[in-house]
Structure formats: C-alpha cells, structure tokens
Design a protein. Sequence first.
Lengths: 252, 328
Amino acid sequence: MIQVSNLSYGAAGNPILQNVIAEIPAGRVTALIGPNGAGKSTLLKLIARQLTAADGSIRMDGMDLAQAAPAQLARKMAVVAQHLSVASRVRVRDLIGFGRWPHSAGRLGPADHAAIDGAVELFDLGDLQQRFLDELSGGQRQRAFIAMAYAQDTDWLLLDEPLNNLDLHHARNLMAQLRHLAEEQGKGIVIVVHDLNYAISWADHVVALRDGQVAFQGPVSETATAERLSELYQTPVAITRLEGRVIAQYHR
Amino acid sequence: MADLAAQAAAAPRRWLLLAAALLVPLALVSLLVGAGPLPLGTLLSDPQALQVLAVSRIPRTAAVLLTGAAMAVAGVIMQLLVRNKFVEPGTTGTSEAAMLGLLAVTLLAPGAPILLKMLGAAAAALAGTGVFMLLARRIPPHQVLLIPLSGLVYGGLLMAIATFIAIEGGLLQYLGVWMSGEFSGILAGRYELLWLAGGLALLAYFAADQFTIAGLGRDVSLNLGLRYGQVLGFGIVTVSLVSSLVIVTVGMLPFIGLVVPNLVSRLMGDNLRESLPVVAAAGAGLLLICDILGRVLRYPYEIPAGTVFGIFGAAGFLYLLLGRRAGG
C-alpha cells in the first residue's frame, strides 16, 4: 500500500498540492483522475521521487520514501514518465536491458536475459528490438519504455498518461496487460489517465484530484457516480450501462 | 530472432576490429613520415635514426593517438550529459575556460611547472563547464540548436575576456599557441601528460553504462536508481581534465569531440558499452590522418593537425546540421 500523508508541494510560490491524504492499495490498478492542473502528474512524480515534497510523507509498503536509498527504491518501483524525449540512439533491446540495471548493475546474467525476453514478448516488441529509439513512432517508443519498466521487475509500476501516444488497439492492450500484471503477479499499478472510460473499465480504485486536493477516492464501483464525476470535472457526466459495462457519457 | 541478436552483438566487434586494423598501418606511416628521412631498410642499424624514432616519432604518434581518443571520448560524454548531439568541449566554453585558467596561472606565476598550469586550466575548465551546464538546463531540450549556439556565444565571451587579458599582459602569442593544436613540438619528455588524458578516457569506459543511462535523462536515471548527480559530476570532471591536459600539451583541437561521436552514433548507436572503444579508435585514427596530412602537404613545412581537422571537421559539422534538417 502507498500511504500519502498530508502531502504538500508548490512551485514558484503557487501551491500545487495541498494536504493530500490518499491510500493506494497494493496489487490493484489505481487511476489518478481529475481535470487539467489538478496535480495528478505532480502526485505521481512525488511518489516517484522525481520531485521533493515541501511537507508531508509517502510510505510505500511501510517504507518511508524520503529515507529510501536510490538502489533500493529502483527494485521497489518502476516509473514511466509522460514525456519520453530521447536524444541518444539506443536499441530497444538495450533499453529494456537497462531496466535490469537495479538488479544486475550492468552485468546481465541468464535471469536478466530471461526478464528482457519476457518484456519483449509481453509488449510485442520482437520485430523492433534491434531498432534504435529515434527510429520509432511515439507509440512504439512508449511501449519500449513500458517494457523497460516491466523488466525492472518491481512491486509497483507508475505510469504517467501512458495512453497518450497509443491508438485504440495498443491503448486497450496496454490496459489489459496492466490488469493482468496486477491480477496475476500482484503488482500495484498507478496510472494517470485522462479518458474516464479507460479508468472506469480497467481500474479497481480511483484517486480523484481537484485543485491540488483529493476530491474523492475509493473503489471504482463505489466512487464512479454521475454526481461525483460531474462535480469533479464541472461537466455533466452521465453513467450508463452498455452490454453489462459501465460507461461514462460526457461527449455531448 | 536469435540470429538477429547475434548479428547485432557481432556488429560492434566488427567496427572495432576495422578501426584497429586501420590504426596499425596509420601508426607505422606516422613513424616514418617527417622532416628528416627515416628509411625502413637501415633503421635498425642506424643509431641516429633510432634516436629520431625514440625521441620524436614515437612520442608524436603516441601523443596524436592519445589526444584523438581522449577528445572523442570527452565529446561523446558531453553529448550524453547535455543530451544534445551538437556539443563538445569546444562548443560549451570548456576549452575557452581552460585557456583562461592557463592564462591566469601564466600571469600570476610565470615560472610555474606544467602540472600547476594544467591544474589551473582544469579548475577553470570545471567552473566554465559547470556554468554552461546550468545555462543549458534552462533551455528546453527540444531546442536542439539553441544549446550549441548558446555554448558558442558563451565560449566566445570567455575567449574575448581571455584575449583582453592576454593583450594587457603581453601574452597574446601564448594564446595563439594554445589555440591551434599541433604536434610538431612534441618530443619525449614533453607530452607524457597526455597519457593521463588517455587514462581518463579509459576510466570513463568503466562508467559507460552510467553515461548511457544518464543520456536517457534525469527521470530515467533516477528510476533506475542511478546517482545522477554523481554521474554528471564524474562526467564534467573527466571532460574538463581531458580538455585541459590537451590544451596544455598540444593546444585546442576543436571538432574531434563533435564529428567522431556523431559518425560512430550513426553507424552503431549510443550504447557506450559498445561504441566507446570505437569512438576512441576513430578519434585517434582521424586525428592521426590529419597530422600525417599536415606533415606531407607542404613538406618539409607543417600544417597544424588542428587546422587540417578544422577543415574536415567544419565540413562534417555542416553536413550533420544540414543532414538533420533534411531528415526532419
């Protein structure tokens, strides 16, 4: 479980997160939702330790993240950033191999190669593995980075808007894979998502942020109501059912 | 799939073998070409020829190889740390700052031993590079050309300060010597500092993976548990020391650090574990070709290797810039 206690963060004098208290369950898919500027990515980056909180603390499975050693943390959680700008020419397979760095420190053993092969297969990168990152499309690159995070073999996987560059097919596949990782391997998955329907149909749990504060949180089945979502986005959201699935309707 | 992987694993070795195979005959040519004749047939029976070989030709060849390799390695490290393909010590103010430091030591302690001069240059280079890194951090990474351009302006500023000080102190001819890298003055006993530069390049190889990961950005580095600040620090120190050692012993050699890593990157990518030996070998080989050309073109006079490389390097730099635009 990730416990976020009284977390505050500001940039250039503006408060971005204020007194955030949240619990993210282990072994589940949790979606961070909310309008633009609500602080979703900031919360994710604070958990990932890419940013340092002004106040408050984050504990991951009981471990205080502020105290954890970088190497220890790298075996505990893997993070896929939102903007994957790449200036260097690295092969996809080598990139995924770097995901083994926390375990191997550069000397890839049989277990590492097995993990790399597994990641290549799971994310369907067999044909691309010898290609350079700068020769890939945005979506392919995104999959390569997610495969790297998977090869890191951590209890927690954090992804900042992973669906951004993906088409319908790959977006759906990715969510299915993340679900699979949570259900079969017990990984805790935290994702920032914009598309409410992806959040509702694939996540177990939501943490909804608005203006730097938690608007509501809890299991999707309890929290994904028309009133709450309409209030959250300040936009009419209707919840309907289609072929047994809950659908949010907000397009017009 | 296994075939593909094996093929990809074999490719870097092939490039390295090719580079090494070219280096050996080049080094032999370098030993035999110079103002004084050195006939192969009587070489071993002629004590004077042997002395020329030991005092001048071997040190000179070693100096060129070490300088070329170290500068190319410094360039590729700089490119990964700044995450920009168009930077090298000559376009980030590192060389100019080193010259400022060298000037300061020469002014304040004219009789200082070369090691002290080197340290003065290195300290200044370190500070100069640090300031550039802070500057570069404020430029959005997608502004690919803005970073080297700012570096050139910054380097030009440092150079202007150095020129002013040199004029006031009557040291302008020193500045001229430091600015044009050449190897004609290299003799045994006057180039050995360069082994240190070569050693630093070798040391960098042990951190090859760290540099490659740092090249993927701060967030990826932190995610993998890398101590990003330490890698950055180690890289800046290496680049500053290599640049200072080269400037103190042979003078400034621009473009090697820029052209060589870009060439190698096109052929085999930026995974330093694979490419760093090739970068070093290619830097050594290309500089040696330029030095040999410089010795031959106006025989018995010499054109500085830095000048020859500058011509090829500038053309190569333009090609990289324009090629990039054409490729989108």
